[in-house]
Design a protein around this ligand. Structure first.
Ligand code: GLA
Length: 371
């Protein structure tokens, strides 16, 4: 982009498995996508951050001496929140022009907001001449999402967006906030991402409600178990003490305990090239998110179920927070075209509008290019 000094990107993400357990201290298995947010950046020698977007007509100017004052901005609140919290953490924020170009579809559950947050902070740090500490960037971006966007989210999205690596998924331990890369190799299978295109609504409040339910479960189980987070509760312990929980809180906790187990098995399966087992775990995860965690909804269920019914598909589940957004499916390479046609047709028939299939690769998290 002419006139800018840097091109900085951060990625959208999928989560292969390990859903709604990052905020319970669990291990999750995300991968960064080639769908990303690009920030074209240059210093401007003023005390203002001028924001513009390739896809929006508006421009917004932020005063770097009053970054706390933009919480009601529809789009700029993400950048303002990041700049504010980055500054508050002791980093220098200098006046600059930032042009945003986002290829992660909004509301798709592929973490467009994390990509925007992480790339904004990476741009601010780059312009101030700071080395990029990707873990710190992810943690501040998460704080911005919580404080400015009102979603009490875990660390998965921002961490994957910052630390993703081309061709690799990562096992992210959300308790220690450390990761291990695992080559994303599917042999004869492809990963297909499909958006159910359900209009977004009330996702934040439902998400925060689930989180509160898991906190309730932890509070009760802590009375009898020496655990600091729900992910530490083993299946044996849950079998013994789960009865102390009731109703929805029991169901939510059961999902968390079992999903943690599935992540372990999925990581082993991926490492040993056992894609069939991985597929079965995806199906089991979706079932649990539908029946126990109740975050799927008829649209994601329609997509996952028609995918699972296709002969070339060995596993399918929702990915991300749920309540809308995307599914991921493992599909035999030879059957991909027929899979796409049949799932699209079944979805239109059942739900009444079209789903959307994305072409994306597993890509790097933050990238910085001098232009
Ligand atoms: C959203 C949140 C993440 C995580 C997922 C569910 O994407 O931002 O922190 O909790 O939902 O796994």
């Amino acid at each position: 982009m002419k006139g800018y000094d840097y091109k900085i990107t951060a990625a959208g993400r999928i989560n292969i498995i390990g859903e709604h357990i990052d905020y319970c201290g669990g291990k999750v298995f995300p991968a960064a996508l080639s769908l990303n947010n690009t920030v074209y950046a240059r210093a401007n020698g003023t005390d203002k951050i001028n924001l513009s977007w390739t896809t929006l007509p508006d421009n917004v100017t932020l005063d770097i001496n009053g970054l706390d004052g933009y919480r009601n901005e529809k789009y700029a609140k993400f950048q303002a929140g990041c700049a504010y919290l980055w500054q508050k953490a002791g980093h220098k924020v200098i006046g600059c022009d930032l042009l945003m170009d986002c290829s992660v579809p909004f509301g798709s559950g592929l973490s467009s907001s994390a990509a925007i947050e992480v790339s904004t902070i990476a741009a601010l740090a780059t312009l101030a001449g700071e080395p990029l500490d990707k873990k710190e960037i992810a943690l501040i971006a998460q704080q911005a999402e919580r404080e400015y966007a009102g979603v009490n989210c875990g660390i998965m999205d921002q961490y994957a967006s910052a630390n993703g690596k081309r061709g690799c998924a990562m096992i992210l331990d959300c308790k220690s906030v450390t990761h291990e890369y695992v080559p994303f190799e599917l042999g004869d299978y492809s990963l297909i991402i499909i958006n159910c295109n359900k209009p977004h609504n009330l996702v934040e409040s439902k998400y925060n409600e689930r989180r509160a339910e898991t906190e309730k479960a932890l509070e009760i189980l802590k009375k009898v178990l020496p655990v600091s987070c729900l992910a530490e509760v083993t299946t044996e312990q849950f079998a013994k003490f789960g009865g102390m929980l009731s109703g929805k809180v029991y169901d939510r906790c059961k999902h968390v305990v079992e999903e943690c187990e599935r992540v372990k098995l999925a990581a082993e399966a991926m490492k040993s090239g056992d894609v069939l087992t991985l597929g079965k775990l995806l199906n089991a995860s979706h079932k649990s998110l539908k029946e126990l965690y109740e975050v799927t909804g008829k649209e994601l269920d329609a997509l996952a179920e028609s995918a699972q019914a296709h002969p070339a598909c060995i596993g399918s589940r929702m990915t991300g927070a749920g309540f809308g957004g995307c599914t991921i499916s493992l599909v035999e390479k030879d059957g991909v075209e027929s899979f796409k046609e049949s799932v699209s047709a079944a979805y239109r028939e059942k739900i009444g509008y079209d789903c959307k299939i994305y072409a994306a690769e597993i890509a790097d998290g933050i990238t910085v290019t001098k232009i």
